[in-house]
Design a protein around this ligand. Structure first.
Ligand SMILES: Cc1cc2nc3c(=O)[nH]c(=O)nc-3n(C[C@H](O)[C@H](O)[C@H](O)COP(=O)(O)O)c2cc1C
Length: 190
């Protein structure tokens, strides 16, 4: 058991840019531990709307290649995408040991508003992120503006929405905290 308090872990959790990840694999067992934490997120009407697609090794290399080819094609067709963003996406995919596509599965009966399902998935991501921090791993939630272009490549089904990629890696260099403004400025005591 970690002797870090929950507050320590919350405050030490960083969005570590993947360029600061070490070139070292993350075991399947560690990924499973993160996913198990995700699965305990709160959710309304027990919809458990989080879905994850795990890309490592060849699957990740294929994804990077297919996604990059598609971006280049769309760019050639006139879509406004900054070439450096396309390159950054590809190099990130190639660098990280694991890329987890974060997917929201809409309740079939639409018994709750979409935002509640996005909120539940976000809490699942935070659970993984805190657990990664507890294990001294770096993590990053990337939300490229062109993510919807990848729906087919990622095999996103009807009623699902990809909310970006969660990247995990061993930290090579610590990234500084941007800090936070005072909580008192965001609170009204009535
Ligand atoms: C929903 C969501 C999406 C994010 N997408 C990106 C992103 O696309 N690119 C990025 O640089 N950071 C992204 N971030 C990470 C934030 O930039 C980061 O959390 C913020 O800078 C605060 O740093 P910290 O998390 O280390 O305290 C995202 C965070 C969240 C919650």
């Amino acid at each position: 058991m970690s002797n870090k308090s929950v507050l320590d872990i919350i405050q030490n959790r960083r969005a570590t840019p993947p360029r600061l990840f070490a070139k070292k694999e993350i075991s399947k067992e560690i990924i499973e531990r993160l996913l198990e934490s995700a699965n305990w997120a709160p959710n309304h009407k027990k919809t458990e709307p989080w879905r994850f697609k795990i890309y490592t090794g060849k699957a990740k290399a294929d994804l990077a290649e297919k996604a990059y080819s598609l971006l280049k094609l769309k760019f050639a067709e006139g879509l406004q995408i900054a070439p450096e963003k396309m390159d950054k996406f590809k190099s990130t995919m190639e660098r990280v040991p694991v890329a987890i596509a974060i997917v929201m599965q809409r309740d079939a009966g639409k018994r709750l508003p979409e935002w509640e399902e996005i909120a539940a998935v976000s809490m699942a991501v935070q659970n993984m992120w805190l657990r990664a921090t507890e294990m001294d791993l770096g993590a990053f939630w990337g939300t490229p503006a062109f993510i919807d272009l990848f729906n087919e490549i990622l095999e996103i089904q009807e009623g699902q929405k990809c909310l970006g990629f969660f990247y995990v890696g061993h930290i090579m260099v610590d990234y500084p905290s941007p800090g936070r403004g005072e909580i008192a400025e965001k609170v009204e005591w009535k």
